[in-house]
Ligand binder design. Structure first.
Ligand code: PHE
Ligand code: ZN
Length: 893
């Protein structure tokens, strides 16, 4: 049968798709001893030949059929031990090829045809800007050939790539280059051999007319590894930073985890069309161009920072993901949670630990907490899914990282390292579970982590209620903590968690009260400064406390929980000024701002005049003028909580009130501290050449924060300042900061700057993505119209995920006042885009749709409007599994 003639949409689900459950996991009946692949590349009809050597697993039934996955394939030939298989000895449908009556050991040869050009889903083999590339995680390999496409089937691959020599001079696959040659017909070929065991999701192939930059790294045992970055020739000047980051990551992983790279070559390819950020294919990473290419004129500090961390992330996967991989996709956090933790620690070590931690927590609070509180809530190790692509989530990645971080906090750095050493040596070359990871931690440290495992199996964000008491006569301070985790879909009752909580007590003079922790009787966890909350309610008493202390709890954010401190604004302002823990000092400022904002939202609803407390302004003034603080921390401290985090704190989300109140506070701060903003702006406006360093970034971030407050004042001089920064800066950080500020203000400079920016950068697609994204994020009225107009811009293409994310995604997820317009136009627009995209790229469509999933949080009128669009989507015939799952769960949850 041929699925090639079918359109994407026709072969998708007609009825409710099958749900996959964790507890139905079965080991594969057949293991693969070797894989030989031959690709004859052609834009519309690529031929794939595979030779697979299978071996029946010892425990498998002798009658067990071989199940091969396959979709969007045209089966052309099928041979068992050299003999063509008769049609009655196998079964074939849209998703599977099933072969019966098999011997213990056998060789299978499969020939398929595929159409890369028609592949708009960007899974499997596809074309991007004239080059061939692949994306196989999670289940993309089945779009290349019939194969046991599951991570617990690991094998050694030999791959021959054949293609036209002129069009595709560079032919890449995993491992080491073994041989190459030319054919008579203008084609050439290269053979790659990957000595390591790998699952199919780590397979990669790239072919194109690519330029490359090379460097090298000598590993701890003295092996020289060649590092190569491939890109379109026009971007060859943007490779430096990624190569530098790669070397830093390689060194760091040796120093921190004792992990050495294992192949002779490490290749990275930048592609323009990619569903995610990057992919850790063995020895051949494929990167979204926006996550790897940078020059100071075109990339911001944030881009540089993100590139450094993603390069490291993919590199770290070589051990945490590739050499030790996942048994099944429910275990995704085994590699992702751990690897995110590793990249976060790397970034902290190379830059500013406190800033990194604040960024991590901001992501968690703005996105993961709300995921955990909505219909898509799922545990770090989910137990069922319809489409695994929907589970590449902030919960699996970022909460997963927090769970690993808690292990590190409980065991201490040394104990944690013992655990990872054991984990890597015990499971090298295996496909394992999150439980195996925890077991290695236990075995290396002789601790009982049984209760800790609840973090993997239960969804939801635990809440801690704090009660304290100070007895001055007895010099006793006592602390009671109650934990509670709200119900999530399918999980009503939760077992108590094992929660590590770093804490300190602060005296009136701002100094830490000493010796308190020695008296912490109930503390069972290591190291000493960590409380271990394990019961639903737990009590601690501290003796020898000479004055009434202020509690600083959860320092460094040692657990992904909500801490409900019984503190008023005065105590929070005290912590904001005095907590020696940098993270908690920032956090106190955030909590203070939230309290004030919630109160103002109330006032707004009851029609009271809005008034900002003088003490809050004073707290900001002190921080802005605190010369002892890292400038990046000052900038963080003076950034108000995001509208989405604030929304999370509201009973019913009123996007307009939230926006108005936040703007009101910014306005008040802008005017009250006018001189301070200007002075600090000028102090930090040093026109040095661009350098990516923590110090310079800090300076730029503080300067640009000041500029944004300056523009809140109606003052022509400040507008001129902003314009001059926009026109004269030689680095994208400062240019884009100025443009973003104009973009939020209804002034003539706004359109002028946007036009000038486009004129200057229209040839550079990465910068044009920024141009789209900025406009989609403008909270000025009329944004939807502007977004719709931009969709007709000649550069825009709905087939390119970066452009879709920049324009549609940004509008729906980061422009609340315009997206939630009370006439429902934003919702209708989103639904239209989801339906248009679903036939092209279901993964991207499903991601967009998430913006509607938390409809129950809004007022009745908006609930009705959002629900209407969800139902419209859910009722659409031929939906992909991806979109079906998000729509149906959103409606149920
Ligand atoms: N595994 C990739 C990473 O996190 C993400 C990814 C998933 C990329 C699926 C493509 C497809 O490093
Ligand atoms: Zn990853």
């Amino acid at each position: 049968m041929t699925t090639l003639e079918k359109t994407e949409a026709e072969s998708l689900q007609a009825v409710s798709p099958r749900v996959v459950y964790l507890n139905e996991y079965k080991k594969p009946d057949y293991q693969l001893d070797s894989v030989e692949l031959r690709f004859e590349l052609d834009e519309t009809c690529t031929r794939v030949y595979s030779r697979l050597i299978f071996r029946r697993a010892p425990e498998a039934d002798a009658q067990a059929p071989l199940k091969l996955d396959g979709s969007h394939l045209e089966l052309r030939s099928l041979k068992l031990n050299g003999e063509t298989l008769k049609p009655d000895s196998y079964m074939l449908d849209d998703e599977q090829l099933l072969i019966q009556n098999l011997p213990k050991n056998f060789e299978l040869e499969v020939g398929t045809h595929i159409n890369p050009q028609a592949n708009t889903a960007l899974e499997g083999l596809y074309l991007s800007s004239g080059m061939f590339c692949t994306q196989c995680e999670a289940e993309g390999f089945r779009r290349i050939t019939y194969f046991p496409d599951r991570p617990d089937v690991m094998s050694r691959y030999s791959v021959t790539v054949v293609a036209d020599k002129q069009k595709y001079p560079v032919l890449l696959s995993n491992g080491n280059k073994q041989d190459a040659g030319e054919l008579d017909d203008g084609r050439h070929w290269v053979r790659w051999q990957d000595p390591s065991l790998k699952p199919s999701y780590l397979f990669a192939l790239v072919a194109g007319d690519l330029a490359s930059r090379e460097d090298s790294f000598t590993t701890m045992s003295g092996r020289k590894v060649s590092l190569q970055l491939f890109t379109e020739a026009e971007n060859i000047h943007k490779c430096e930073h990624a190569l530098m980051s790669l070397k830093q990551a390689m060194k760091w992983d040796e120093d921190t985890y004792g992990r050495e790279y294992d192949l002779d070559v490490y290749m990275i390819v930048a592609v323009n069309d990619f569903n995610m950020g990057a992919m850790e294919n063995k020895g051949l990473n494929v990167f979204n161009a926006s996550c790897v290419l940078a020059s100071s004129e075109t990339a911001t500090d944030q881009d540089y920072y993100r590139i450094q961390s993603i390069i490291a992330h993919e590199y770290f996967h070589n051990w945490s993901g590739n050499r030790v991989t996942c048994r099944d996709w429910f275990q995704l956090s085994l590699k992702e949670g751990f690897t995110v933790f590793r990249d976060q620690t790397f970034s902290a070590d190379l830059n500013s630990p406190a800033v990194q931690r604040i960024d991590d927590v901001n992501v968690l609070r703005a996105h993961q907490f709300s995921e955990d509180a909505g219909p898509m809530a799922h545990p770090v190790r989910p137990d069922h899914y319809i489409e695994i692509s929907n589970f590449y989530t902030v919960t699996v990645y970022n909460k997963g990282a927090e769970v690993v971080r808690m292990l590190c906090n409980i065991l201490g750095r040394e104990g944690f390292r013992k655990g990872t050493d054991l984990y890597f040596s015990r499971h090298d070359g295996q496909a394992v579970t999150t439980d195996d990871f925890v077991k290695a931690m236990e075995d290396a440290n002789t601790v009982d982590l049984n209760q800790f495992r609840n973090w993997y199996s239960q969804a939801g964000t635990p809440e801690l209620v704090i009660n304290e008491n100070y007895n001055a006569d007895a010099r006793l301070y006592s602390l009671t903590i109650r934990q509670h985790c709200p119900p999530t879909p399918g999980q009503v009752e939760k077992k108590p968690y094992h929660i590590p909580l770093a804490m300190g007590l602060i005296g009136i003079n701002g100094k830490a009260l000493s010796s308190i922790l020695e008296n912490t009787k109930a503390n069972t966890a290591k190291p000493e400064h960590m409380l271990a909350l394990t019961k639903p309610e737990q009590h601690w008493t501290f003796s020898g406390v000479d004055e009434k202390p202020v509690l600083s709890l959860g320092r460094g954010f040692t657990a992904p929980v909500k801490i409900l401190l019984p503190y008023d604004n005065e105590a929070l302002a005290f912590l904001f000024a005095h907590d020696p823990d940098e993270f908690n000092r920032w956090d106190a400022g955030q909590k203070l701002a939230i309290n004030i904002m919630l109160k103002l939202i109330d006032d707004y609803h009851t029609g009271k005049d809005l008034r900002l407390e003088a003490s809050f302004i004073e707290a900001y003034r002190l921080t802005l003028n605190n010369k002892d603080l890292d400038k990046a921390l000052v900038a963080q401290a003076l950034s108000l909580p995001s509208e989405s985090y604030l929304a999370d704190q509201c009973e019913i989300v009123d996007v307009d009130a939230i926006h108005k109140v936040r703007e009101f506070i910014r306005q008040q701060l802008a005017e009250s501290l006018a001189d301070d903003w200007l002075r600090v702006y000028e102090e930090n406006d040093v026109n040095a050449t661009y350098h990516f360093s923590a110090q310079d970034m800090a300076q730029r971030s503080l300067k640009n924060l000041c500029l944004s407050y300056l523009l809140e004042q109606d003052n022509g001089k400040h507008r001129q300042r902003c314009l001059s920064q926009f026109q004269n800066s030689d680095n994208m950080t400062d240019v884009l900061a100025a443009l973003s500020i104009f973009n939020q203000h209804d002034m003539a400079e706004r359109q002028q700057a946007l036009d000038a920016f486009y004129d200057k950068w229209q040839h550079d697609r990465q910068v044009v993505e920024k141009w789209f994204s900025i406009q989609a994020g403008s909270s000025l009225a009329g944004a939807l119209k502007r977004v719709q107009t931009l969709m007709r811009h000649p550069v825009f293409s709905i087939k390119n995920p970066n452009l879709v994310r920049s324009l549609i995604g940004r509008f729906c997820a980061a422009n609340p006042v315009n997206f939630h317009l009370s006439d429902g136009s934003g919702y209708r627009y989103l639904a239209d885009q989801v339906l248009a995209l679903d036939g092209l790229n279901p993964q991207i469509a499903a991601r967009l749709l998430q913006s509607l999933s938390r409809w129950r949080r809004f007022d009745t009128m908006r609930q009705i409007l959002m629900r209407e669009q969800l139902e419209r989507i859910a009722g659409h015939p031929g939906l992909s599994k991806d979109v079906y799952e998000i729509a149906s769960r959103s409606l149920e949850g």
